[in-house]
Each structure stands twice: as structure tokens, then as C-alpha cells.
Design a protein around this ligand. Structure first.
Ligand code: GDP
Ligand code: ZN
Length: 294
């Protein structure tokens, strides 16, 4: 039987098998011998030892599509990063850092601005514009007024999505709305998982539909990948791509060089100034880190 590891604690792995339920499994010795550690998100083959008690053994890890370092997980399809339009105001530096970390791990990000009930349409349009012009999918939602929820649900369907964002932006409110339907179908399972949710700080998956999982991330700031080469940073800005190679100097990092196509695009309003300014400050940060290393 095949399923997905949604949680792992103290040598036990909880495996969600569609239409059948959650099995508590142990990894057999072969894993230890092969030094292969099962990860949350792994698709696995299990053998059932007790169907009534839902107990089994992990017997095989199926090939991984990818492996994230932070958070530690396998087979992540995408990331949903949530900020509020107000209360708290969005911290764009933090948002850009998150996007870079995901770009670096080749995970596509979707940006959700929640609490849209707290801002004017004009402001919402601006937020939408900054990031959709970089090529990101941007959602505007209100958990309070239950607006934009079906759109999120569609985007999540059939996928495993890392959810991140600072506290207070409405992550739990949105997650609860997304889980409502599932809870009605499989009340017992959700209860089991919710209980676990408060007792562990490990990464785990929440089931929000068949083959549809959300991954809670235990702490937003821990997601940032360190030790990136400063010359690599520019490749994690999708909106720079069309200008790459068009600057006067080969290998231009778009900071102090003259006749830089990226800087010209910023002047023309084709690249958002705020994004560019964050780029420069991250670049300087990486440069400082590098100096300290030597
Ligand atoms: P989390 O820390 O990101 O999980 O945020 P919560 O879901 O706990 O929400 C934080 C606060 O924001 C709570 O008081 C929610 O009622 C409120 N909140 C969540 N979503 C919305 C929304 O769309 N609009 C408004 N006005 N308040 C919201
Ligand atoms: Zn340049």
C-alpha cells in the first residue's frame, strides 16, 4: 500500500493513505543500514500489520522529486507565503528574503496578501502590481470575510505546499477555513492531527483534501538559506532575467557598474524600485558575510 509521511516523531512515522486513513509505522532496519532517513513528504510503500489499529511498517521510500533543507521535507511542490495588507503591515524585506530562499531551492512561490478587508482597493492594486510584475502569482484574501478561499483551494489541489509567513497575518485562520471541508469528512483524522500539532515543533503535513497537503513551518526566520555567493543572488530575482547579459560589463551584478540594463529598467519603472533596493541591501549583506568568512 502507498501513502505519504505526514509526520515523524521519535522513530514513528504517520503515513496518510488516501481513502484508508493514517497508519502509524516504524521504519525497518534496512533504512538504517542504507543511511536513508525518511522525511515528511516522502511517498512510501507500507505493509500493514494491523488494519484495525492502523499499524504498519515502512518498507520503501519512493523516488523523491526534491528535498528541501529548510524546512526538512521531501516532494514539496510549491510555497504559499502569507502576509497581511495591514495589522501587521507587510515587511517586504522579509517577503523578498523568503522568495529568494525558495528560488534558491527551486520551489515556486505564491504570494497571498490577507486581510484585504482592511485596505483600500488602490493600495491592494499596488501590492498586487509589485509582485505580479515579477512573475509571481499573487492572491488577495480575507479570512474574516471568507473571500478568495476557493481560489486558494484550487491552487493547492493535489499538491504539497509549504505555508509560511510572520505571526498575526492570518495563517491559522486561512488554514482552518481550508480544513473545514475535510474535517467534516474525516473528523477523527483531523482531531488526531490537531492534537499532535500542539505537542510538536517538527515540520508536519496537514491534509486539506485528497493528495493535498499543507506544511506548517515552525518558525519563519529559520527558513533563510545562508552562505549564498553574492554573485548568485541576482539569479533569484525573476524580473532581472530578461536583462541578464544586456549590461555593458560581462558578469555585471547590477550594483555599482555603469551602463547596467537592470538599473536602467529600474529608472524606467520596469523593475520595482523597492525590490531593487532590497536586492542591493541583500547583496551588501552577503558581501559582509563573505568578508567575515576569510
Ligand atoms: P497567524 O498568527 O498568522 O496564524 O494569524 P491568526 O490566524 O491567528 O490571525 C491573527 C489575527 O488576525 C486574529 O485576530 C484574526 O481574527 C485576525 N484575522 C485573520 N484574518 C483576517 C482577515 O482577513 N481580516 C481581518 N480583519 N482580520 C483577520
Ligand atoms: Zn547590470
Amino acid at each position: 500500500m502507498q501513502g505519504k509521511i505526514i509526520k515523524g516523531i521519535a522513530g514513528f512515522y504517520y503515513v496518510d493513505v488516501a481513502e484508508s486513513g493514517i497508519y502509524e509505522c516504524k521504519a525497518k532496519g534496512i533504512f538504517r543500514k542504507e543511511k536513508k532517513k525518511p522525511l515528511v513528504g516522502d511517498n512510501v510503500e507500507i505493509e500493514v500489520l494491523d488494519e484495525k489499529e492502523k499499524i504498519g511498517n515502512l518498507i520503501q521510500i519512493l523516488p523523491r522529486k526534491n528535498e528541501l533543507i529548510r524546512p526538512a521535507a521531501a516532494n514539496v511542490d510549491q510555497a504559499l507565503v502569507i502576509f497581511a495588507v495591514r495589522q501587521p503591515d507587510p515587511n517586504y524585506q522579509l517577503l523578498d528574503r523568503f522568495l529568494i530562499a525558495m528560488e534558491q531551492q527551486e520551489i515556486p512561490s505564491i504570494i497571498c496578501f490577507n486581510k484585504k478587508d482592511l485596505a483600500e482597493q488602490k493600495e491592494l492594486d499596488q501590492m498586487y502590481q509589485i509582485y505580479s510584475s515579477c512573475g509571481y502569482q499573487v492572491l488577495l484574501t480575507s479570512a474574516e470575510q471568507e473571500k478568495g478561499i476557493s481560489r486558494i483551494r484550487k491552487i493547492l489541489e493535489g499538491k504539497t505546499t509549504v505555508v509560511a509567513g510572520p505571526s498575526g497575518v492570518g495563517k491559522s485562520s486561512l488554514t482552518n477555513l481550508l480544513q473545514e471541508e475535510v474535517s467534516m469528512e474525516t473528523g477523527e483524522i483531523s482531531k488526531k492531527l490537531k492534537r499532535g500539532r500542539h505537542t510538536t515543533r517538527h515540520a508536519q503535513l496537514l491534509t486539506v483534501g485528497e493528495h493535498t497537503y499543507l506544511m506548517d513551518t515552525p518558525g519563519f526566520s529559520s527558513l533563510f538559506v545562508e552562505g549564498m555567493e553574492k554573485e548568485e543572488l541576482r539569479f533569484h530575482y525573476p524580473e532581472f532575467a530578461e536583462y541578464e547579459g544586456k549590461c555593458r560589463f560581462q558578469g555585471c551584478v547590477h550594483v555599482h557598474e555603469p551602463e547596467c540594463a537592470v538599473k536602467q529598467a529600474v529608472e524606467k519603472g520596469k523593475i520595482h524600485r523597492q525590490r531593487y533596493e532590497n536586492y542591493v541591501s541583500f547583496y551588501e549583506e552577503l558581501k559582509e558575510q563573505e568578508k567575515r568568512r576569510y
